[in-house]
Design a protein around this ligand. Structure first.
Ligand code: PHE
Length: 440
């Protein structure tokens, strides 16, 4: 059977942007920026994304399109030997990340529905609402299963009919939702205080740890280091399509989405005198409290959680596709079987994560099961995978890489790119890696 491809360039761009733009952009980036020196953090993040991020993304697209294979198969075809480990780590990361990402995806679905059933009310304590929801084992597992079922359904339908068509509808919808929410947020009385908190540049808050945080965030947010962009690149049909242009576009869309999300969150939080807290607390506790004070709060809440759910879904699809593509290419499974069986196995692995947030105590190495898997993937699998991918393109296949990226002339960027892959990215990633393990 012929291998599937994207139907159009736009379809590929939207699918890759869909992978990149996810929970990482909407709740993680704004908070990191707000608490790490505002515009100073944004500036450092941009610098990293425009050098290392874009280079590793281009490296992944190159490996993918050149081989037309999944992450493991691509390394096997190009070189084999120990390099395959990079592909394997990607497949494992896809499996592991999706298992807990889907749990949070489930929370967003629950919160869309709850927006209309009493959660958004000044008489509801949003902290206890959240805590009692995540302590409700059957509920968290149910919503995780619903989120996984939707993800499996899309991947089951295939690259064009499933992933591409879904992203072609959901990505414009995501930007529209984002635009509506930004307009609402920045026109609230008192919104300016939030914008000040978000963007006021404070270079004194920038430390080594900040730079590490920005690097780690760049990898996670751009879906790098685990073969996701190798897999999506492998479905590009035409050698004429410019990979540098694709990498630049997707990087910019992802960065724009992250930056703009801050204009929803901080004006809203500050306009009603709340204080921003980290991650899940900000999204699932502070924002519902704020929506309860807003006229039409139920609708704004539902729209906001819909935005999160859409962002999470298009990322989840790409995580599942990494594993499914491997089973199709290498193990010769049918797409349908791969989507159902692998998706089902991920659903099962997600259950302890879902339960570990309050329903039961499931700890590994002093962290909840969910936090442990999050730690392993973000601090070990993604950075190591990114390191190997950059080294591979820089040292093992630089000639192939140059050939793959000449579609529209090279403008002399190629040698800069290759040297970023050879030295700059590996050194930077190695440093994040040690930092992420708490070694300094
Ligand atoms: N980029 C996604 C986000 O920001 C997460 C993700 C990571 C998706 C790695 C695929 C691969 O939420």
């Amino acid at each position: 059977m012929e291998r599937e491809t994207w139907g159009s360039k736009l379809g590929f761009w939207l699918a890759a942007a869909g992978s990149a733009i996810g929970l990482g952009n909407i709740w993680r980036f704004p908070y990191l920026a707000g608490s790490n020196g505002g515009a100073a953090f944004v500036f450092i993040y941009l610098l990293i994304v425009l050098t290392i991020g874009i280079s590793v993304m281009l490296a992944e697209f190159t490996i993918g399109r050149h081989t037309n294979l999944n992450a493991v198969g691509a390394f096997q075809k190009l070189k084999g030997g120990p390099w395959q480990i990079a592909g394997w780590m990607g497949v494992v990361a896809g499996f592991v990340i999706l298992s807990f990402y889907s749990v949070i995806g489930g929370w967003t679905i629950k919160y869309i529905l709850s927006s209309f059933t009493g959660m958004i009310s000044t008489s509801t304590d949003s902290t206890s609402y959240f805590l009692s929801f995540i302590a409700n084992g059957p509920q968290t597992v149910l919503y995780h299963a619903i989120f996984m079922a939707i993800t499996i359904f899309v991947v089951y339908r295939g690259v064009g009919k499933g992933i591409e068509n879904t992203c072609k509808i959901l990505m414009p919808a995501l930007f529209l939702l984002l635009a509506i929410l930004i307009i609402r947020a920045v026109t609230l009385p008192g919104a300016l205080a939030g914008i000040n908190f978000y963007l006021n540049p404070d270079f004194s808050k920038v430390t080594g740890a900040t730079i590490l945080a920005a690097l780690g965030q760049a990898f996670f947010s751009l879906s790098l280091g685990m073969g996701c962009m190798i897999t999506y690149g492998s479905y590009i049909k035409s050698k004429k399509e410019s990979l540098p242009r694709a990498a630049a576009t997707i990087t910019l869309l992802d960065t724009a989405a992250a930056f703009l999300a801050g204009f929803v969150i901080f004006p809203t939080v500050f306009a009603f005198g709340a204080t921003p807290s980290a991650g899940p607390g900000l999204t699932f506790i502070t924002l519902p409290k704020v929506f309860a004070l807003m006229p039409g709060g139920q609708i704004w809440s539902a729209l906001f959680f819909l935005l999160l759910a859409v962002a999470a879904l298009t990322s989840a699809i790409s995580l599942l596709e990494v594993v499914v593509a491997y089973m199709i290419d290498n193990a010769k499974w049918s797409r349908q079987n791969a989507a159902l069986i692998i998706g089902g196995a991920i659903l099962l692995l997600g259950i302890p994560s879902a339960l570990s947030q309050g329903a039961m105590t499931i700890n590994i190495a002093g962290k909840s099961f969910l936090d442990f898997l999050d730690f392993i993937s973000n601090n070990i699998l993604l950075p190591l995978g990114g390191l190997l991918i950059a080294l591979f393109v820089g040292w093992v296949i630089p000639e192939i890489a140059k050939k793959e990226t000449t579609a529209h002339g090279t403008f002399g960027f190629q040698s800069v790119w290759i040297w970023i892959c050879r030295v700059v990215a590996p050194v930077a990633i190695f440093v994040i890696f040690l930092g992420g393990l708490g070694l300094f």
